[in-house]
Design a protein around this ligand. Structure first.
Ligand SMILES: Cc1cc2nc3c(=O)[nH]c(=O)nc-3n(C[C@H](O)[C@H](O)[C@H](O)COP(=O)(O)OP(=O)(O)OC[C@H]3O[C@@H](n4cnc5c(N)ncnc54)[C@H](O)[C@@H]3O)c2cc1C
Length: 430
């Protein structure tokens, strides 16, 4: 067994783990990150290999971009992102025809009204209970909710959702959010390929053991794995997690969020720049799929699906996922479009053993769950990660900021001089 001594050990090198690491570097606290995967970033992953051009398999947008520290970091690193927010639904295809201008306006207004109702929610009930379920665009509204929150409206607390602070400025990151985190993590002490299986406390020290026979003994641990990884039992805690923590974990649904990407021969649509449309998935219960076509002039079409549809298609397998979106694209833009596809890819975050879902939503009636996870899990053990964020949950900047916060609390516990938090600090890169 390889035994290392550190002040702090961080489990997971996703957005939260990288945030925690940068904060500890700034505070001068010795630490090590243990990461199960062979890359850093977690759900922030820019795939360049599959098509030879970048696309984000996970997060791709700076949400609340005007207050998002990742945007400042992107500026510092000269990392490209869209400078203006753009319409998500420039057109809607209804399976057999395009929605008219009047229908498009009515759909947008229905969706805006739905999100306004959620934002104003003051009861811990399901989103489904406060939405207009019978209106003409009710199906579209459901699909927008599942795409934003990875869960069906019945499984999301409206009050929980309303606590998200949305400034309604969303900017797509053309250089890739995964690539940004990879850049930010350069030079940080990370041990990849190290799946942590046990976290114990002995003699006032935390022992973190990896499957590869690594043991790190530290004064404090910051655990950033997803709530579903925690629920899966992959990591044994000794002593066990408290009932409060277990109940909080059971009250948070990670849901399903997947993407299907098609690499095209050229730009068969003649769009030349990013076009975002809603296309019908066909069938009796036609779902609205959000497509991003020709993102930043690249010959790609990326479909976003969430909730039960994402679960069902991911279970059916990659071929079915691709057929589903090809059929929607073909119905909208003509049967020749599928023949312009040269390569395809689909994500499967829900079956990735180190993620096991999309991003978190609190169940109806359980609005306090995130706050429980923000408390130290036991003496010297802190949770971080998107699910613990009070106002930016489900996002990569929420995860990043939660890591910063946990790092400051761990440093303070260990007697390091607490400094003012600087979410935009970066080491000088070589
Ligand atoms: C399809 C999709 C689209 C999204 N789009 C956006 C978007 O546009 N904008 C946005 O802000 N957010 C988006 N998100 C959400 C965002 O990606 C996440 O909220 C954020 O990346 C989560 O970061 P995290 O550090 O909390 O968790 P993770 O990224 O899950 O990091 C946890 C890390 O822990 C590692 N790990 C797991 N188990 C172990 C173990 N036993 N031992 C050691 N390491 C372990 C994992 O490999 C991982 O690297 C999207 C997510 C998905 C899935």
């Amino acid at each position: 067994m390889i035994i290392k001594e550190e002040d702090v050990v961080i489990v997971g090198a996703g957005a939260a783990g990288i945030g925690a690491a940068l904060a500890l570097s700034r505070l001068g606290v010795p630490y090590l990150i243990l990461e199960a995967n062979h890359r850093v970033g977690g759900r922030a992953f820019t795939d360049v290999d599959t098509f030879g051009r970048p696309w984000d398999r996970g997060c791709h947008w700076f949400y609340s971009a005007d207050v998002n520290p990742l945007r400042t970091l992107a500026d510092r690193l000269d990392h490209p992102y869209e400078k203006e927010t753009s319409e998500w639904m420039s057109a809607i295809h209804l399976g057999d025809r395009w929605a008219s201008d009047a229908e498009l306006a009515s759909a947008r207004s229905f969706v805006a009204d739905g999100f306004a109702r959620i934002a104003a929610a003051d009861e811990d009930v399901a989103i489904a209970d406060i939405l207009d379920q019978d209106g003409e665009w009710a199906r579209l509204m459901r699909d927008r909710v599942t795409q934003f929150r990875a869960n069906e409206p019945e499984n999301i607390s409206a009050l929980g959702y309303s606590r998200y602070e949305d400034t309604n400025v969303s900017l797509a990151v053309s250089g890739g959010v995964g690539a940004l985190f990879e850049h930010m993590a350069r030079g940080l002490p990370v041990r990849t390929g190290c799946e942590v299986n046990r976290i114990g406390i002995r003699d006032g020290r935390v022992e973190v053991e990896g499957r590869d026979d690594t043991m790190v003994v530290a004064g404090a641990a910051i655990i950033t794995v997803s709530t579903e990884v925690l629920r899966s039992g992959m990591i044994e805690f000794d002593p066990s997690l408290s009932d409060d923590v277990t109940t909080a974990l059971d009250s948070i649904n990670l849901g399903y969020a997947e993407k299907i990407a098609l690499s095209l021969k050229s730009d068969p649509f003649g769009f030349s720049e990013t076009t975002r449309v809603s296309l019908s998935g066909g069938g009796d219960d036609a779902r609205h799929i959000q497509f991003e076509i020709i993102p930043n002039g690249r010959p790609l079409a990326v479909a976003h699906i969430g909730g039960d549809l994402a679960r069902d298609l991911a279970e059916a397998g990659e071929a079915q996922m691709i057929d589903y979106v090809l059929s929607a694209l073909g119905s909208a833009y003509g049967s020749s479009i599928p023949s312009m596809v040269v390569d395809t890819a689909a994500t499967s975050w829900s079956t990735d053993p180190y993620v096991r879902g999309g991003y978190s939503a609190v169940s109806p009636g359980k609005v306090g769950a995130r706050a429980v996870l923000r408390e130290p899990a036991s003496e010297r053990i802190y949770f971080a990660g998107e699910a613990t964020s009070a106002k930016y949950f489900s996002t990569c900047h929420g995860a990043y900021l939660s890591g910063l916060d946990a790092a400051h609390r761990a440093a303070e516990l260990l007697g390091h001089w607490p400094a003012e938090q600087d979410p935009t600090w970066l080491p000088v890169f070589g």
